[in-house]
Design a protein. Structure first.
Length: 212
């Protein structure tokens, strides 16, 4: 790492330090998600072999997969939510699917996003948890309509992860629109991405910024 980049990284970490520990979160469920899922630093059984595959895929560089820590986050989310289905947009390498399958061997995987909510054959009230992933790093422009379509299908037990390209982070207006969506219960801003959790019916907090 170049000296200038190293100093910039240290400055960024110091600036975000106070957003690391979850201060100001009052919901037990939110705090559990933060400490035991999002910021969990333990090593799971599948991490080592998947890390080798991640390095090999990242070296090819033909398409931008999620970072390894993001893929491991998907693994933990799928495990915690007991996800039965996942819909992935902008993930052509298939690496993210491997992490989801390692967490939930019987998870049903789909390329792209589901139909419009009113056409969805498995309504939110009658199905298991889903994970939606939208990787914007392989898109020429921010796929805002795809994100809104995933939010329209978001059920009470679901989660949506949106990965941002550093050159195309969403504007405050866009973040406000997504986090205020009626299907969203709470959201975690990770600087490199955004987690939007389904409305649980008993708590609502629009956005918690986390130094991920």
């Amino acid at each position: 790492m170049q000296p200038a980049s190293f100093l910039k990284d240290i400055g960024r970490r110091l600036k975000r330090y106070r957003k690391t520990h979850g201060y100001g979160i009052h919901s037990p469920r939110l705090f559990y998600l933060l400490k035991e899922v999002i910021l969990q630093r333990g090593t799971y059984y599948a991490y080592a072999p998947l890390a080798e595959k991640h390095r090999a895929t990242a070296r090819k560089g033909r398409a931008r997969c999620l970072k390894r820590k993001e893929c491991e986050l998907l693994f933990r989310l799928a495990n915690d939510l007991k996800a039965e289905e996942a819909w992935l947009e902008g993930c052509p390498t298939g690496l993210e699917s491997l992490y989801l399958q390692a967490a939930r061997s019987r998870i049903r995987l789909h390329t792209g996003l589901p139909p419009r909510a009113e056409e969805d054959p498995a309504p939110a009230a009658g199905r298991g948890a889903r994970i939606y992933v939208v990787n914007t790093r392989n898109a020429q422009v921010l796929p805002e309509q795809a994100i809104l379509r995933a939010l329209d299908s978001l059920g009470p037990a679901d989660a949506l992860y949106v990965a941002f390209a550093s050159s195309r982070r969403p504007a405050g207006r866009q973040l406000k629109t997504w986090t205020a969506h009626p299907h969203v219960g709470y959201a975690f801003g990770l600087y490199i991405g955004l987690i939007l959790m389904g409305e649980q019916g008993h708590f609502r907090q629009h956005l918690v910024r986390i130094n991920f």
